[in-house]
Design a protein around this ligand. Structure first.
Ligand code: NAD
Length: 249
């Protein structure tokens, strides 16, 4: 029996990278998937790939998660198409290469807060009425080791928003437990994606990883599957560190 048969999952930022990997892993376990991204063509190609490879239904939606209206619309469209929405994965995120704090403009702060933090808040707010009605739901937030330690390479805006996500995980888990809604986070270390290409970490970062390598998308999608499945039904408000031991706490 596949772990997510009959379930529907919506994953933001799923045109590529970690989000795409999660969509693939969930589909392989029998879930129908809603692939949301700013990149419409990328979302469409991911949806076509997943539907063809895993024989599930996949819907591609273009949305900017920094917009409350787009978040409401994506949840409404997912429910209209599939009837049910069981799993919400807030994964879309942006990072800007580290700058000294005094050089970061208010506009830059606002953009990163809108996408990385308020985007998760808005998606959750739109999902809650649906999940409460059903008395079930799984919410998974993509945090980061950066939010635990203040950045891997001094990405201040990014780290601050990811720390906010860690607190959001606990705050919403407390509010939603009575409705049987689990809220958990994953805090990846450095995972090989387009995002890490942009950051171009120094070799020192890799030397600081006890497992001696950067993570792969599959390392994170495996954690997401655990948090999306009934295997984690007694976990809520938790953050799963998947970081090869980087900055072990
Ligand atoms: P990525 O840049 O490869 O992919 C991010 C996806 O999000 C892209 O498809 C992009 O188009 C989409 N996106 C960006 N802004 C959006 C918006 N406003 N609305 C909708 N979609 C938007 O990044 P990734 O490495 O796959 O990261 C995914 C998540 O994992 C992010 O939240 C990131 O912060 C987190 N994370 C990544 C790493 C890493 O090392 N790669 C480490 C820790 C946490």
């Amino acid at each position: 029996m596949k772990k997510l048969s009959g379930k529907t999952a919506l994953i933001t930022g799923a045109a590529r990278g970690i989000g795409r990997g999660i969509a693939r892993r969930f589909a392989a376990e029998g879930a129908n998937v809603v692939i949301v991204d700013l990149d419409r063509a990328g979302a469409q190609s991911a949806a076509e790939e997943v539907a063809a490879e895993f024989e599930v239904q996949a819907l591609a939606l273009r949305a900017d998660v920094g917009s409350a209206a787009d978040n409401a619309d994506m949840i409404a469209q997912a429910v209209a198409r599939f009837g049910e929405l069981d799993i919400l994965v807030c994964n879309a995120g942006i990072v800007r290469p580290g700058k000294p704090l005094e050089d970061i403009t208010p506009e830059q702060w606002q953009q990163v807060i809108d996408v990385n933090l308020l985007g998760y808040v808005y998606a959750t707010a739109s999902f809650i009425p649906h999940a409460k009605r059903r008395k079930s739901g799984k919410i998974i937030y993509m945090a980061s080791v950066a939010g635990q330690v203040g950045g891997v390479a001094a990405e201040v805006t990014y780290s601050v928003t990811k720390a906010g996500v860690l607190c959001l995980t606990k705050a919403t888990a407390k509010q939603l437990g009575a409705w049987n809604i689990n809220v958990n986070a994953i805090a990846p270390g450095t995972i090989e994606t387009a995002m890490t290409d942009v950051l171009n970490y120094s070799p020192e970062v890799k030397k600081g990883i006890p497992l001696g390598r950067y993570g792969e998308v599959d390392d994170i999608s495996a954690a997401a599957l655990f948090l999306a499945s009934e295997d984690s039904k007694y976990a809520t408000g938790a953050t799963l560190d998947v970081n090869g031991g980087l900055f072990m706490r």
